[in-house]
Design a protein around this ligand. Sequence first.
Ligand code: ADP
Ligand code: MG
Length: 395
Amino acid sequence: SKQSLSRSGSLSPRLLERREEAIRVSVRLRPLMDTELRSGHHYIWRVSDGQLWVEGGTPDIPKSVSDRVKGVQFGFDHTFEGDAATSDVYKKVAKGIVHDAIRGINGCVLAYGQTGAGKTYSMSGDASHPGIISWAVHDVFNKEFLLRMTYLEIYMERVHDLLQDGQAGEDSPLENLLVKEDPSKGFYVAGLAERLVSSEGEVYEWLSRGERKRHFARTDFNEVSSRSHVVFTLIIENSQSSAEDDDVKTTRIGRLHMVDLAGSEPFGAAISEKAQAESKLINKSLFFLSEVISKLSARAEASGKDLADSFHIPFRESKLTRILASALGGHSRSALLVALHPSHCFLDESLKSLRFADKAKKIKSRLQANYVSYEQSVIAQQKLTIAKLREELRL
Ligand code: ADP
Ligand code: MG
């Protein structure tokens, strides 16, 4: 209502639900490819009903390897085998988050894992296997809302707007945007282009334009792509009259982040000083993501004890953790999808991913919906603009 307007004119976020919710953590295995099978890779992980364990007694896997993971077992919210369809992954991992984003609760879906394990396949998919992004966009466009999107990339601690105007020539460097902090809004990327989108087709046009930008600016695209984080954000604005008073309209704004993270494997031995400096920058965001997850999870374990307040969470230390601060530490519904390589040849990386996922399970957030007054909503501003244009046309 009017009384809850803050001094800046925006309605202070009202609590929709005080429900505490843990981050949902799931693991998806991909199938081994023919080339991998021919070159001696074997399936080592088994999953079923959220449980993950090691395939015992596989004669082809060297005993030294299977001994190392004997008895290893993890439990997650969901597990998916190599033949699982992304539509099923979407239903179990992301759909609830997307639907709550329409109700004004921020959401975040993060894909984590080593290069080649299936992060991009899960998030973006390909022409015949739509990814989580496609299913989410489709779901949101089935309802009637005002939609905006942003698309950015973090590479070597530089934040690149993938939707900004201007040509992306072979040599044109992508501009580095600052991640600033606002006392009420929290962290935001200054000057990031927001595009109004009115159809699914428009979303894909912008996304492929963004992808072209990523490609054209580089000669070593594959390397860059496995080393960069890509954040696609849908901003869903939902205006409706209040239940009590038809004239008082409020607008709920839900931000939905869908993140394809850089490969989690360590970056190769850097020889030159320049390469060392670069590799530090390349790893920084992922390193601090891991730190943030560890600290948040330790804090959640200590909660109730006096210790809980003494955990410093290093959100500020990297671009990625700043951008995801509200998603990880705050009031968002979040899901982590770990893409897991099925082969026995990648035990170290797989175990690292699983331990990371295991920590993330403990993190809790308190759900809360975001409101602004109707006057402040983009849809109200648009209606004003349209009314003005009509006036001008009549003259
Ligand atoms: P990442 O983004 O983690 O580096 P990709 O998503 O590019 O990995 O996947 C690597 C390869 O594996 C691609 O050729 C992709 O099509 C294939 N792939 C990944 N996950 C699956 C899956 N669940 N089913 C079938 N093929 C997959
Ligand atoms: Mg990828």
